[in-house]
Design a protein around this ligand. Structure first.
Ligand code: ATP
Length: 292
């Protein structure tokens, strides 16, 4: 399920009422930052820039009281490490990741980044340090330039171009009638699924957060596009702590560590080869995907 559904949905609803694009959106960001369901604690600190050492210490959480989804999860992720969460649908992979930007608050235990409990950080400062790339890319009616700059609202044109290049969007943009100023969306040029994903990646290069959450696509892109996007994502994750909610074995294989999550919590962790040789859940998942 799409974990980030709730906040994104909120944003989409407001965007539609702000047809003027980025200027309106900027105003909106100030609004959400001041009316979160989860409030800043008195004395909360301005986090950042962070290195990205993450510790989940005995974390428990449930959406409904009396029905825990996570029960005492502990996990340590080093700055710069890429970890991939795998496991059956509904096990809680997305939930674990949605606790990090505090879309929901833990009900037990704690999560800290660089040794500071995330509840002691200002919410907007914390979220600035975390980039999320998900399959439903959120675009608004506006130009390519504005859509990329959504990753950093005060960005200048040279850095927007740099981000576009790193996401392999240069050729596409140069081929459009008004280049960077081409309007996309409802009243403009329609982008393909793969192009939208690259635009989302360009935003992240521009935002440049030390921590990334990649909610991997479940629906297939064509093989060539898929390979190009995997490469851009691999480039993006260099030097950042990256949590991947994984569905594709290709990405998982390159992770520094794979975390297998099932209904009872974390059942296995290790590198691809180690887990295949261990003959547990992961090796069964792997066999099933390759010999189906
Ligand atoms: P998938 O691979 O299908 O994305 P997942 O491992 O990411 O699954 P989660 O989406 O984290 O699993 O869901 C864990 C549990 O929490 C499931 O039982 C799910 O039904 C429940 N759940 C997820 N989001 C919500 C929500 N917003 N409100 C209530 N329950 C939820």
């Amino acid at each position: 399920s799409n974990i980030f559904f709730r906040p994104i949905d909120k944003i989409n609803a407001v965007i539609e009422s702000y047809p003027k694009g980025i200027a309106g959106f900027k105003r909106y960001l100030e609004v959400i930052d001041t009316e979160p369901d989860i409030a800043d604690k008195p004395g909360a600190v301005d986090a950042g820039p962070l290195r990205g050492d993450i510790v989940f210490d005995q974390v428990s959480f449930g959406y409904d009281p009396g029905r825990p989804v996570l029960d005492g999860i502990s996990l340590r992720v080093s700055a710069g490490e890429t970890i991939a969460f795998v496991g059956p649908s509904g096990a809680g992979k997305t939930t674990i990741c949605s606790l990090l930007p505090r879309f929901y608050e833990v009900t037990g235990g704690s999560i800290s980044i660089d040794g500071t409990d995330i509840r002691d950080m200002k919410l907007n400062a914390l979220r600035k340090q975390i980039g999320i790339v998900q399959q439903d890319v959120f675009l608004f009616s506006g130009t390519i330039r504005e859509n990329i700059a959504y990753g950093k609202l005060d960005a200048g044109l040279p850095e927007i171009w740099e981000a576009a290049r790193r996401a392999h969007l240069e050729e596409l943009i140069n081929g459009l009638p008004a280049g960077m100023d081409t309007v996309i969306g409802e009243r403009g040029v329609k982008l393909s699924g793969g192009q939208k994903q690259r635009l989302a990646i360009a935003r992240m290069f521009l935002k440049n957060p030390p921590i990334l959450i990649l909610d991997e696509a479940t629906s297939a892109l064509d093989t060539e596009t898929e390979a190009a996007i995997q490469q851009s994502l691999a480039d993006l994750s260099v030097g950042r702590t990256t949590l991947v909610i994984a569905h594709r074995l290709t990405t998982i294989k390159n992770a520094d560590r794979i975390i297998v999550v099932n209904e009872d919590g974390i059942s296995e962790e290790g590198r691809h080869e180690e887990l295949v040789n261990a003959g547990g859940t992961y090796s069964r998942l792997y066999q099933a995907q390759y010999h189906a």
